[in-house]
Design a protein around this ligand. Structure first.
Ligand SMILES: Nc1nc2c(c(=O)[nH]1)N[C@H]1C(S)=C(S)[C@@H](COP(=O)(O)O)O[C@H]1N2
Ligand SMILES: [Mo]
Length: 313
């Protein structure tokens, strides 16, 4: 019980710290606005990115109503640009996403660095409309543009030691103001088991709504794993490393009792501070029931057969 108590306090401290930081960042943003320095491109919903040519539809997509573009691009989590939902859209506008290289290394036969544009050309782009569920209890339906992570993994040929894949976001406090505060142990790190990474639903996204990914959604490259809580979908990826042992993710470091490695959407396993039974679809008034594996149980359930999902949360 002592341990549980300590963990709860830790969680609360993180929340309070975030609230405090939000206020400071809000003030800072206000100061910039007041000085008339904000560029037009920073405002949400008014600016559309360039269309991505040659995107084919995919059979995997849901037919559910899509969350409006302005919500998808205006209500975000991206702590590198602030901890309020409005912060990423307000602060990521001038983030430089070219030149950009992605290092692929670790337990692979063909470790190498890809220029982002080279990487994007490697595999045909698809549109995949996925339900997304944040661990905080809200959800969206987002038409992603991307390619299966599987195709990149096959190209680099993992060795037999590769059991997990670790993803790392850019570390650059000059460009990512949130990294000047120790909200998380930067850089942001996420991970998947190799079979999860190889699953055909797992995407590397480069766009949404047919357009180049807005910075606040993780440009130029972010992960999309629709049956897991949103924080697994790491943004601004610069490194993909194949490893033997389960990666220590940024959220596990911050609060291991609250955020597990698997983080599969599961209405039966509560977060220590709230239930996961229901969710608020952004734009809707009434809450919805959260679905097992976010509604993708038929496709991914077999990956977890025989596992105790309370232990491996
Ligand atoms: N690098 C990085 N990636 C991140 C985050 C973050 O703070 N930093 N937030 C995560 C969380 S909690 C969520 S819910 C999703 C949100 O993605 P979206 O803004 O495109 O909807 O991004 C995830 N990826
Ligand atoms: Mo999230």
């Amino acid at each position: 019980m002592m341990i549980k108590k300590a963990d709860e306090i830790k969680g609360r401290e993180i929340t309070e710290k975030s609230t405090y930081l939000n206020r400071r960042q809000f003030i800072a943003a206000g100061a910039v606005l007041g000085a008339g320095l904000l560029l037009p491109g920073v405002f949400v919903g008014e600016v559309a990115g360039p269309k991505i040519p040659g995107v084919r539809p995919s059979p995997f997509g849901t037919k559910e109503e899509r969350t409006p573009y302005k919500d998808v691009t205006g209500y975000n989590n991206y702590y590198e640009f602030g901890t309020d939902k409005e912060d990423p859209a307000a602060n990521a506008g001038r983030f430089r996403i070219r030149p950009w290289t992605v290092r692929i290394d670790g337990a692979v036969k063909k470790s190498r660095e890809y220029d982002i544009d080279q990487l994007i050309k490697m595999s045909p782009l698809e549109e995949r409309v996925y339900r997304m569920r944040c661990v905080e209890g809200w959800s969206m339906v987002i038409p992603w543009v991307g390619f299966p992570l599987q195709s990149l993994i096959k190209a680099v040929e993992p060795s037999s030691q590769a059991k997990y894949v670790e993803f790392t976001t850019l570390l650059n406090p000059d460009q990512m103001p949130g990294q000047r505060r120790r909200v998380l142990d930067w850089p942001y790190v996420e991970g998947l088991r190799l079979d999860e990474a190889m699953h055909p639903l797992t995407l590397l996204a480069v766009g949404l709504y047919g357009e180049v990914l807005p910075n606040q959604n993780g440009a130029p490259l972010r992960l999309v794993v629709p049956w897991k809580y949103g924080f697994k979908g790491i943004k601004g990826i610069v490194r993909i490393r194949f490893v033997e042992h389960q990666p220590v993710t940024a959220w596990i470091k911050a609060a291991p009792n609250e955020y597990g490695f698997y983080s599969n959407v599961n209405p039966d396993v509560d977060h220590p501070r709230w239930s996961q039974r229901k969710e608020r679809r952004i734009g809707e008034f009434f809450k919805r029931e959260t679905l097992m594996f976010n509604g993708y149980a038929d496709q991914v359930g077999h990956l977890y057969a025989g596992m105790d999902l309370r232990k491996y949360f």
